[in-house]
Ligand binder design. Structure first.
Ligand code: ZN
Ligand code: FE
Length: 255
């Protein structure tokens, strides 16, 4: 299995899963960048995976269907009203096959109430639930739901690679350095990511191991992070959900 990172729009990532000549696309922001790769490499597109209904993740879906005819369009069954082009509605934890590869879906509410993450072998397509060193904004879900969603992702195994929906990693790492100032892994990752971005290379995919080491939203039990929030007087209680909510709030006001 190969995954091609396809930069789209301003800072979105669409992903092309390739196995032999078969291809599937995750979160087609736009159709043409994907079509160019499919045509150049003589691939056969058979499926589309949709993590959530936001336009910057499905904007190219209708054009792909126009171009390639019948495609299997996978998404969460509760997203069917918001993504009417879904043909293969999935339940939480349902397994399916894409490009002859084993895949499962995980419901991860928080960014939207119907967001899902796709696991294809040990590749996690996390949409806007998790980012490089960050996580999605809570547009529809609660902090409690997002903590549970991130816990499910964290449990997938540190060897997993993480394919996220936007290139926000550099800014996220600056935030991480502020809230987790004694963590040496953050500076090391920031240096690696700065090199990649200088050469216009995507910071995706990361690994779950890297995220567990540097992503403050996966480190809400970390003493240094909790101390920082206390110093800033942002913490109302020391429970995991309160820590997450305080961090998310702090990140919303960080630029
Ligand atoms: Zn989104
Ligand atoms: Fe998005």
């Amino acid at each position: 299995m190969e995954v091609v990172v396809v930069p789209c729009l301003y800072d979105n990532y669409t992903y092309l899963i390739i196995n032999g000549k078969q291809a599937a696309v995750v979160d087609p922001s736009e159709a043409w960048p994907v079509m160019n790769i499919i045509d150049d490499r003589g691939l056969e597109l058979s499926a589309v995976l949709c993590t959530h209904h936001h336009h910057d993740h499905i904007g190219g879906l209708a054009d792909l269907l126009d171009e390639y005819g019948s495609l299997d369009v996978y998404g969460f069954f509760q997203d069917r009203t918001r993504i009417p082009l879904i043909t293969k509605p999935l339940q939480d934890n349902e397994s399916f096959s894409v490009c002859d590869l084993e895949a499962t879906v995980m419901h991860t509410p928080g960014h939207t109430s119907t967001h899902v993450v796709f696991c294809v072998e040990d590749h996690l397509f996390v949409g806007d639930t998790l980012f490089g060193a960050g996580c999605g904004r809570l547009f529809e879900g609660t902090a409690e739901q997002m903590v549970h969603s991130l816990d499910r992702i964290s449990a997938c195994g540190s060897q997993c690679s993480v394919f996220f929906g936007h290139e926000y990693t550099e800014l996220n790492l600056r935030f991480a350095a502020q809230v987790d100032p004694t963590n040496p892994a953050i500076g090391r990752r920031a240096a690696r990511v700065a090199d990649m971005r200088r050469e216009d290379r995507p910071s995706a995919p990361s690994t779950l191991k890297e995220e567990l080491e540097t992503n403050p939203f996966l480190r809400i039990e970390d003493g240094a992070i909790i101390d920082q929030l206390k110093r800033e007087e942002r913490l109302e209680s020391s429970g995991r959900v309160a820590v997450f909510a305080a961090l998310r709030e702090q990140r919303n006001n960080f630029s």
